[in-house]
Ligand binder design. Structure first.
Ligand code: 5GP
Length: 189
């Protein structure tokens, strides 16, 4: 069992509707030592890939991406979910359906911070139906950049996102893949 699987068994809780709550270490309170282990592991898993930038989505991806970036020595860009005066008018935009919020929303990245030819690592806390990853890939394509890899802390293997991304040839590495979960038991692939 690896360190992510151990952490899930020790601290995560399964909620109704197949939602895994990891708010004691990843989504609300943050365990920085754990994030450092994640950063080191992604650095090993994507060794040999040219990574120019790490991209994630606000809010829960930001902490993970920033710690990872210290190991890759690259900047982080996070996709924003709301328009504001702080966001440039010229953006790449794509639509995501949120599984946990059961609604659609747009994600946006300023054209200033993604450039043609850049090699991008997308990191996120969860992969479920893969909607967030597909929207990020769409934005990276719009910019003429390349998706070099996707690093996921927890993949819900019983939802189809992971299999779909692998079938598209995307270099996806998930640190824990949950095959089955209910209130009494969580099992890993
Ligand atoms: P996807 O786009 O792959 O369907 O879902 C990915 C996003 O949904 C993640 O960024 C995460 O925020 C959220 N998500 C999906 N499933 C879960 C879950 O079981 N627990 C938590 N905490 N977030 C989830």
């Amino acid at each position: 069992m690896n360190f992510v699987e151990e952490k899930i068994l020790k601290e995560a809780r399964v909620e109704d509707g197949a939602v895994l709550k990891v708010d004691s270490f990843l989504n609300h309170q943050i365990d920085v030592d754990f994030l450092n282990q994640i950063g080191k592991r992604f650095k090993e898993l994507f060794e040999g890939e040219k990574i120019d930038k790490i991209v994630t989505i606000e809010a829960s991806g930001i902490a993970i991406a920033c710690i990872c970036a210290q190991y890759f020595n690259v900047p982080v860009v996070f996709a924003k979910k709301t328009e504001s005066k702080n966001l440039d008018k010229e953006t790449y935009k794509s639509q995501v359906y949120s599984y946990t919020k059961a609604k659609h929303y747009n994600i946006m990245i300023s054209k200033r911070y993604l450039s043609e030819g850049e090699s991008i690592l997308f990191v996120d806390d969860f992969l479920a139906n893969g909607m967030a990853a597909v929207a990020i890939k769409d934005i990276i394509d719009q910019a003429g950049a390349k998706l070099a890899g996707v690093g996921i802390v927890i993949e819900k293997g019983f939802q189809e996102g992971g299999d779909e991304l692998r079938a598209k040839g995307i270099n996806l590495k998930s640190l824990a893949i949950i095959d089955k979960m209910d209130k009494d038991c969580i099992s890993f692939r």
